[in-house]
Design a binder for this molecule. Structure first.
Ligand code: DP6
Length: 425
């Protein structure tokens, strides 16, 4: 990770990290500083070919202070706040694991950093960027500090470094869900018991290669207003919801083990049922918060009704579910399904949600539609069309088709976000 510019060495690494969408939701902290959750959670990592955060970190003895740019805009680094704490942890690991063991290495832990981070998806899409962002930051600084090696991209076979779970402890302190973005595939965040948080970490349940046909369709829902942040909302729930108590004590522990079994057996029916039930319960504890928090809107509920009806006719015809919806702290739907069903689901949704694809082009990454935009198709046999009305144009303002993907990647020099002076390009 050392490149030479003119005379002096440049210590810099660029890394990218994926978005993850939980099937068992994290909602509630028992420690808000260390970010220790009230329950374990489990997610699917989405492909970085479609959605990713990229971060370049450079360390230099000539930098006067540590600076951070997000999508080109400089952010203030508040002492003691989340980012500052992540960087302090990484410096400590650099010192203890590398510099104290080998006095000949440069003392990067004492130098300032310039960090630039970029999301390839617009914040306006309403997709959370904190998970991929803190994961990319952790991966790039860790590689810069010689703490690990996430695979270089492109690589033919991806396997996470041995200490990815240790690094997840750091990403967790940036944003809870970020710890799960340090692995590809299916990832559990084990809540742990210790008050110091050392056992509250992410582990890989199964790699992406275990179930490569698992795809996701993200429906970006028009919402207009900015809702309650996850951080604020979940603490209101912890303080006021009675329902959360049984969720923490009984519901999540049993779902964590049953969804893990479903994943290992590639049992889509069980995986889908638990995923939908857990999304529903997460939004139920939001309603049970006082005053209540609403993340789903009428469009989200219409998507639930349509997927439910699709599953009903499918169970009738084949005995199997075809799709699972899940919603985070906003109205966007993520629909998990086997790759072969994505086209049908898009064509079904377009009967209810006309989309102006000229304004928000569909990334037909898997070439389902050939030339031209996707369009509606006749309803499946026996489908009750009346489960939803037909919505105004662009009530769903975009669709993103992606699949399960790998963990953080170290990128080449040419992907650097910083120029020679260490300022965003
Ligand atoms: C609904 O990880 O964004 O997406 O730890 O306060 O940064 P902080 O919260 P965050 O919460 C994510 C909540 C969720 C569920 C999930 O991803 O598990």
């Amino acid at each position: 990770y050392l490149t030479s510019s003119l005379m002096s060495p440049v210590y810099q690494v660029t890394a990218s990290a994926p978005v993850n969408i939980a099937c068992i939701k994290y909602w509630g902290k028992r420690d808000t500083t260390l970010i220790l959750p009230t329950n374990s959670s489990l997610s699917v990592t989405l492909s970085q070919d479609n959605l990713r955060s990229t971060t370049t970190s450079r360390s230099s003895s000539s930098f006067e202070k540590t600076r951070l740019w997000l999508n080109g805009v400089e952010e203030v680094i508040k002492p003691g706040a989340r980012l500052d704490r992540c960087l302090a942890e990484l410096r400590r690991m650099r010192k203890e694991n590398v510099e104290d063991k080998d006095p000949s290495v440069p003392k990067l832990s004492t130098w300032n950093l310039h960090i630039a981070s970029y999301n390839n998806f617009p914040t306006a899409a309403g997709l959370a960027s904190s998970a991929s962002g803190f994961a990319a930051l952790t991966a790039s600084v860790a590689a810069l500090y010689g703490l690990n090696a996430f695979p270089q991209h492109p690589s033919s076979s991806y396997s996470p470094p041995a200490d990815a779970s240790q690094l997840s402890l750091i990403a967790r302190q940036g944003s809870g869900s970020a710890c799960r973005s340090l692995f590809g595939g299916f990832v559990a965040w084990e809540m742990g018991k210790d008050s110091n948080g050392r056992d509250s970490l992410a582990i890989q349940v199964a790699p992406e290669s275990h179930w490569p046909s698992l795809h996701a369709l993200i429906c970006v829902v028009n919402s207009g207003k900015k809702g309650t942040s996850s951080t604020a909302g979940m603490q209101e729930t912890v303080l006021t919801s009675e329902l959360l108590k049984s969720r923490i004590k009984d519901v999540v522990p049993s779902r964590m083990s049953s969804i893990t079994q479903a994943i290992l057996a590639k049992d889509f029916d069980s995986f889908a049922k638990i995923t939908m039930q857990d999304s529903n319960q997460f939004h139920a504890v939001c309603l049970d918060t006082f005053p209540p928090i609403f993340y789903l809107n009428d469009v989200s509920r219409a998507i639930i009704a349509i997927i439910t009806e699709l599953n009903r006719v499918s169970v009738e015809a084949t005995g199997h579910l075809v799709a699972a919806y899940t919603f985070d702290a906003g109205p966007n739907a993520v629909i998990y399904t086997e790759s072969e069903n994505i086209k049908t689901i898009i064509q079904l949704l377009l009967n209810y949600f006309p989309i102006d694809f000229a304004a928000s082009p569909f990334n037909d990454s898997f070439q389902l539609f050939g030339v031209g935009h996707p369009s509606a198709a006749p309803f499946p046999k026996g489908f009750n069309e009346n489960v939803s009305r037909v919505w105004e144009k662009d009530s769903i303002k975009g669709l993103i088709h992606t699949k399960i993907g790998d963990g953080p990647r170290v990128l080449g020099e040419e992907e650097s976000l910083l120029n020679v002076e260490g300022i965003p390009k």
